[in-house]
Design a protein around this ligand. Sequence first.
Ligand SMILES: [Zn+2]
Length: 72
Amino acid sequence: MNAVGSDICICDWCGRPYLPSDKGVYIAVLNHWYCKECFYEWAAQATWYPQDADVERKNFSFYAPRLGVKCQ
Ligand SMILES: [Zn+2]
């Protein structure tokens, strides 16, 4: 959340507030940030659909440089 300049971090699933220093996961296909607990719950039952790849790629490309992620 520090990477996007947010002062308050709210999990997009459970709605709980978190400190900017807390760890969570950005899910590009949903364009959501989840706390770790919600991410693992979501990941256990999530299904990847090929038709979502363009949206996932677009969202990832927007946030990757802000998060310091380098892709080849
Ligand atoms: Zn959560």
